[in-house]
Design a protein around this ligand. Structure first.
Ligand code: FE
Length: 316
């Protein structure tokens, strides 16, 4: 989505994978007991997003991919867009390229039409998801279709490992009814996009980062416990209300990065909470990013530019 032609040519970002954010919870010594204790995840860092604009002038909040958090292996970016002012979103994201990773658009409200250089097109509705594997390359546009009303959602960028960066591009356009819905003890609801969460299986196909992704709403004071792979990187972004994780409070519009561990407990504050929950397997590979191209080496970035300039990226 981002990748404004204005900015991506001007900004080179080389960053090494953070691999191993935080100190991690370790399993306790189990020699004295038959049943090992469960390690609950704590919070390693809380940070707010940064207001910015991208595309042709869309106002958004960049949460991952900002100066304080360049990436969070395997996640490369998280943008939050939320406005009922058409001037903040109507210009959209005209044609721009991607190579080497996946983009995930989570629409909560509004409609976004996409069209690409390979002849694919579709409309993402509020409650719907698009999981796009850019792989070796696409050139696409993402344009709000509506001229008024609320436009709200997220775009998350998920990395691909070295051997899949040049994979065949692929889309999953998932209408709202395709998203798995979990009832959380009658005191909340989770819409599961990817992976096994809250007793439901998300509709996204198996991905190399083994991602878990859900949009969760919790009633005031309600607690949910989420098991997840111990080594996965995990974060929670609080969209509305507030939550606490292992005694740490996370306010609206804040991101919490979690330490490693087997489970996490999320407790909604007194106004309830609505949040994006994500986890993914870190690749531990070098991340060389230049706007909408995310590869492992500088040479591969140069190759992406070369292919884009001569018009083969997104057309081969
Ligand atoms: Fe895009």
């Amino acid at each position: 989505m981002r990748s404004s032609r204005r900015t991506f040519l001007a900004q080179a970002t080389s960053a090494l994978a953070l691999g191993g954010i935080g100190s991690g919870c370790t399993r306790k010594d189990t020699t004295m007991t038959a049943t090992p204790e469960v390690s609950f995840r704590s919070v390693s860092q809380v940070l707010p997003g940064m207001a910015t604009s991208d595309g042709a002038g869309v106002k958004l909040t960049r949460v991952i991919g900002q100066p304080r958090l360049r990436n969070l292996d395997p996640f490369l970016m998280l943008d939050r867009f939320h406005s009922d002012d058409p001037d903040a979103y109507i210009a959209g994201f005209p044609d721009h390229p991607h190579r080497g990773f996946e983009t995930v658009t989570v629409m909560l409200d509004g409609r976004m039409r996409h069209k690409d250089s390979r002849g694919n097109h579709g409309l993402i509705h509020g409650g719907g998801i698009q999981w796009m594997t850019a792989g070796r390359g696409i050139v696409h546009s993402e344009m709000p279709e509506q001229e008024s009303g609320l436009m709200s959602g997220f775009q998350l960028w998920v990395n691909l490992p070295k051997d899949q960066k040049m994979a065949e591009p692929f889309y999953q356009d998932l209408q709202p009814e395709k998203i798995a819905v979990a009832d959380l003890d009658g005191k909340g609801k989770a819409r599961v996009v990817s992976g096994d969460l809250f007793g439901q299986k998300g509709p996204v196909r198996a991905r190399p980062s083994e991602p878990l992704l859900a949009h969760v709403a919790l009633q005031p004071g309600h607690t949910v416990e989420v098991p997840l792979p111990t080594g996965h990187t995990s974060f929670v972004f609080v969209n509305e209300g507030d939550i606490s994780i292992a005694e740490k409070k996370i306010a609206r519009a804040e991101l919490a990065i979690l330490n490693k561990g087997e489970r996490v407990k999320l407790t909604a504050g007194e106004k309830g909470a609505q949040l994006l929950f994500a986890a993914g397997k870190p690749f531990g590979e070098p991340i060389v990013q230049y706007g909408p191209f995310v590869m492992n080496t500088q040479e591969e970035i140069e190759r992406a530019f070369y292919d884009y300039k001569r018009g083969t990226l997104g057309h081969d």
